[in-house]
Design a protein around this ligand. Structure first.
Ligand code: PDD
Length: 290
């Protein structure tokens, strides 16, 4: 049976209780992380923890745990849930205040910490030769101006992702003032004239941990790469489009709106990158020893 963590204890999900006065519930006043574990090994944990610390700092919520305590909690939760390939979702809110007030409670209240796991479906990058890719649609980016903070306020992302679902697509790629920002829950890469491109990190996008790893792998393996703004026209002309996230890894997009991307199959550059990605993951998570 699955177990979740809430404010100091592990329990069955149906036993977890949160006050309706929690500012996460009333104001979406909180931040979150999604950390994948393969073979029960947390993947890029330090990077996720650094982003968690940054998000907390940006919204002025006290970090309730040290890095070692976070790691121990994640590992214990993974063990309680049978291990293997799981993503750990963790959320920290500002806590439950005695009354509803937009301003932060004084004196401060204890942050609420909630954690759960979900199984990770086998990512496309695990099988570069048989992957088929998926469809994405484009929409205007209707979100706020601090998308670099991993805020639990995800209504715009949710509305945008639902439009993908309604269109039979796996992701919505977002455009702000004619430029690609990211996906509703992913970062975006394209291959144009043989070069891998992704938008630079700024307040318009979440600095994805998977994105950073792909950038690192491009450098390590001398793949042609540039960080640059991507126009809507360039997106439409791209030979390849990929989306990246911790739970999906690197997925080729083979249809954009009603148009085929490239030859409608995962591209050669994606296959190369996917192989490097699997090698990296196998080594880090000891998957070769399975
Ligand atoms: N989302 N951009 C947005 C808006 C995201 O929500 C995510 C991830 C990413 C990719 O970040 P990373 O590579 O660190 O997972 C980019 C997670 C998976 C989620 O909300 O479930």
């Amino acid at each position: 049976m699955s177990q979740v963590y809430l404010n100091g204890a592990f329990m069955a999900p149906e036993e977890a209780r949160i006050s309706p006065m929690d500012r996460g519930f009333l104001f979406a006043d909180g931040i979150y992380e999604v950390i994948p574990a393969f073979n029960s090994v947390l993947f890029r944990f330090e990077e996720h923890l650094q982003r968690l610390e940054r998000s907390l700092r940006e919204v002025e919520i006290r970090n309730p745990f040290s890095p070692a305590e976070w790691q121990a909690l994640c590992e214990e939760l993974i063990a309680h849930n049978g291990g293997g390939n799981l993503s750990v979702y963790l959320q920290v809110t500002r806590g439950a205040a005695p009354r509803r007030d937009h301003a932060f409670p004084t004196p401060p209240v204890s942050p609420t910490v909630f954690m759960m796991t979900s199984p990770i479906a086998v990512p496309a990058a695990d099988s570069p030769d048989t992957a088929t890719g998926g469809k994405a649609i484009t929409r205007d980016d209707i979100r706020w101006a601090r998308c670099d903070i991993k805020s639990i306020s995800l209504l715009p992302n949710s509305l945008l992702r639902q439009q993908a679902a309604t269109s039979g697509a796996m992701e919505t790629i977002l455009l702000r003032d004619g430029f690609v920002t990211e996906g509703s829950a992913s970062n975006v890469f394209i291959v144009l004239d043989g070069t891998i491109l992704t938008p630079p990190k700024n307040h318009a996008i979440l600095g994805g941990i998977t994105r950073d790893l792909v950038v690192e792998l491009c450098a390590r393996h001398s793949l042609p790469f540039a960080e640059t703004e991507i126009t809507e026209a360039q997106l439409r002309q791209a030979e390849e489009i990929w989306i990246t996230s911790s739970t999906r890894e690197v997925v080729p997009i083979t249809q954009l709106n009603e148009a085929v991307v490239g030859n409608g199959k995962p591209g050669a550059m994606w296959k190369t990158l996917a192989r490097h990605y699997i090698d990296f993951k196998r080594r880090l998570c000891g998957l070769d020893q399975e």
